[in-house]
Structures are given as structure tokens and as C-alpha cells.
Design a protein around this ligand. Structure first.
Ligand SMILES: Nc1ncnc2c1ncn2[C@@H]1O[C@H](COP(=O)(O)OP(=O)(O)OP(=O)(O)O)[C@@H](O)[C@H]1O
Ligand SMILES: [Mg+2]
Length: 339
């Protein structure tokens, strides 16, 4: 059995060149990619299965990679809508939202994933920002592509093992613009849920685009959710639009798990003095007014910008953020549908 796809290697067209000489059996396993992290396990399992057959004393397995034609002939690359949903077991789904653009939703999504992963959880990020995707750039230095299997799209994994799905992983170039109207955007988000083989995840983080538009509505109405996290910055304007986002979640009945304030302050590296660049923080008051837990503050830190631009967010010392992720993990209920 393929441990990921849960289908027989023979059915997947992977077994080739079977040669039997007396009690000795040799065959080739053609994998979709030789970069497959499970290849040793697959080969060992196959070897064991054949050794268990009557009369077999010796087994030799050779690993190879399928040709592009092979993959096409076997139907790799053509996935069925909703085909992966039954393969997935996703316990908590947390959407990161803010009415306002540029307050750090994607950063909070990324750091949440990194912290939860560091705490030993199985984590994925679904980038629901179809027109302004920014998750892959934070995690990957070089462009990566998802693999296609006959049943689903396989999300690439980051260095520390966070599974990522984003429209930017499917485009020819990362600069290519996606010019789609609402219904298409909604369909893409649903595909990222139903056609992607996430497997078993403790937490799936959904990075929403700014505002209370189609994408947010699709996520709230068609994905099971544990709840949303609101991100704001210490500006009255941000507070006002965050209240709109909260209002939207309330009207659909999705729980608000808490509020995170980003860019709260800056600690000057020369003097060690703390500056409130965007004015004093009033996040506690905003959280109280919304009746939601205040989860914590993130400083404005040039190191964040630098690491995010290098695809190295996983190198960020998450000490400041880990308690926020921990608190959130504690309050997140099992995901359920609200729409
Ligand atoms: N606390 C911080 N310190 C330093 N840089 C930050 C911080 N938060 C965010 N940034 C930087 O600011 C930019 C915007 O952040 P981010 O993309 O997370 O915002 P967003 O709310 O997701 O934006 P959008 O509304 O476009 O989706 C990014 O380049 C990010 O690296
Ligand atoms: Mg964003």
C-alpha cells in the first residue's frame, strides 16, 4: 500500500519489470518522484510483502521515477472535485481575519503555523488569499510545486513539515496576476479544501484576504471552522474595520477565538527604548469591547520582514509568539460547519 494514498502500489501502476529466478525476485518501483520522503518505507514494505510469499527467499527492489507520459497515462495530474475530502482528518481549522489590509494577517497565520508545529502538532496552511497570496514567499526560498496523485493534490511541505497550499504554488511565475471574480475565487478556496490531500492535521490555519468580501464569506460558509482570530494594529482605523470583521463572523455564527495586535511597539536596537510607532495600544480595550479574549501583542521587528522576504519565517525566534499560539490552541473547539 502507498502509505499516503492508501492504495495498492500495483493499482497505482508503480510495480515494473518483475523478474523471478528460482527463489529470487527482483522488481522496480516507479515513484511519481524520487524526492518522495517515504520512498525507503515504501520499498521496505514492498520487499517484506514479497518475502512473505511462498517460495521467495530473496527480494531486490529498485527505485525509479515515472516518466511524464506514464504519469499522464495513469491519470496523475487530473484530480476529481472533492476527491480528497474523505482522506482528510482535520481537527481544528482557524481562519485569520481582519477587516484591514496589511496589518499582518499572513504573518500571524505563518507564525501560528510555525509555533504550533514547534509544539509538535501536525499543521497546514490554506492560503485563501487568491489575488494576493503571500504564504509561499514566507516559507519557501525557491518556488515549489505541489505533486498530483490520481486522487488529490499533495501540498508541499516546508522545512519543518508544515503543509502549504496556495494559488501561487500553481502559477507559472509568482508574479503572474490572478484576475478572477468572486465565484471563481470561491471555487479555488473550496478546491484547496476538498481536492488537497492534507491527511491528518491537528490544525489547519486559513489565511484570509483583507476585508469582508467573497473569500471570507466562502471560508465561513463552506469550510468547517473552529473559529477565527482577529488581527489588528494600534490604529483607530484598524480597530474600526476589525469590528466590521467581527460583526461578519457574528452574523454567520462563527466563534471569535481572540484578538492579536501586531506592530504594537518597536524596541530600538540602539537604545533599548520602546516606541509606540502607531500610537498607544488599546488592544485590550478593543478585545473587551468585542467580548473576545486578547491573545497578545507582536512588536514591529525588522527581523520579521527580513526573514519573511527570504522564505525563512521558520527561523524566527517565536518566543514572543508561542504563548499566543498556545492560548489559541487551548481555546479552539473542534471544527464544524456554520454556513
Ligand atoms: N510585526 C512586524 N514586524 C515587521 N514586519 C512586519 C510585521 N508584521 C508584518 N510585517 C511585514 O508587513 C508586511 C505586511 O504583512 P502581512 O502580509 O502579514 O499583512 P496582511 O494583513 O496579510 O496583508 P494583506 O492584507 O495584504 O493580506 C509584510 O511584508 C510583513 O513582512
Ligand atoms: Mg495577507
Amino acid at each position: 500500500m502507498d502509505p499516503e494514498l492508501k492504495r495498492s502500489l500495483i493499482e497505482l501502476g508503480m510495480v515494473r519489470d518483475v523478474r523471478v529466478e528460482n527463489s529470487r525476485v527482483r522488481f522496480t518501483l516507479a515513484l511519481t518522484t524520487l524526492a518522495c520522503p517515504l520512498k525507503e518505507q515504501i520499498a521496505a514494505d514492498a520487499k517484506r510483502a514479497v518475502l512473505a510469499l511462498d517460495g521467495v527467499k530473496e527480494v531486490e527492489v529498485e527505485l525509479a521515477e515515472m516518466s511524464v507520459e506514464d504519469k499522464r497515462r495513469l491519470g496523475y495530474g487530473e484530480t476529481q472535485p472533492g476527491s480528497a475530502e474523505h482522506l482528510n482528518d482535520i481537527r481544528h481549522v482557524i481562519a485569520v481575519m481582519s477587516g484591514k489590509g496589511g496589518v499582518g494577517k499572513s504573518l500571524v497565520s505563518g507564525l501560528l503555523a510555525v509555533s504550533l508545529r514547534q509544539a509538535g502538532h501536525r499543521v497546514g496552511i490554506l492560503d485563501a488569499d487568491i489575488t494576493g497570496p503571500s504564504i509561499p514567499k514566507m516559507f519557501f526560498f525557491r518556488p515549489v510545486r505541489p505533486d498530483n496523485s490520481p486522487v488529490a493534490i499533495l501540498p508541499p511541505e516546508t522545512r519543518t513539515g508544515v503543509k502549504v497550499m496556495s494559488i501561487n504554488l500553481l502559477l507559472e511565475s509568482e508574479d503572474q496576476a490572478v484576475i478572477w471574480r468572486g465565484p471563481l475565487i470561491g471555487r479555488a478556496i473550496q478546491q484547496f479544501w476538498g481536492d488537497v490531500w492534507w491527511g491528518t492535521l491537528d490544525y489547519l490555519i486559513v489565511d484570509l484576504p483583507p476585508g469582508t468580501s467573497d473569500a471570507s464569506l466562502t471560508v465561513m460558509q463552506s469550510l468547517p471552522l473552529s473559529g477565527i482570530v482577529l488581527v489588528s494594529s494600534p490604529q483607530d482605523l484598524a480597530g474600526m474595520v476589525v469590528r466590521k470583521a467581527a460583526q461578519m463572523a457574528r452574523s454567520i455564527g462563527v466563534p471569535i477565538l481572540g484578538l492579536v495586535e501586531n506592530m504594537s511597539y518597536f524596541v530600538c536596537p540602539d537604545t533599548g527604548k520602546r516606541h509606540d510607532i502607531f500610537g498607544p495600544s488599546y488592544a485590550d480595550a478593543l478585545a473587551a469591547r468585542l467580548g473576545v479574549p486578547f491573545l497578545g501583542r507582536l512588536p514591529l521587528d525588522p527581523e520579521i520582514t527580513r526573514l519573511c522576504d527570504m522564505g525563512a519565517i521558520e527561523d524566527y525566534a517565536t518566543a514572543a509568539f508561542a504563548p499566543i499560539a498556545q492560548r489559541l490552541a487551548e481555546v479552539a473547539p473542534p471544527a464544524r460547519r456554520f454556513g
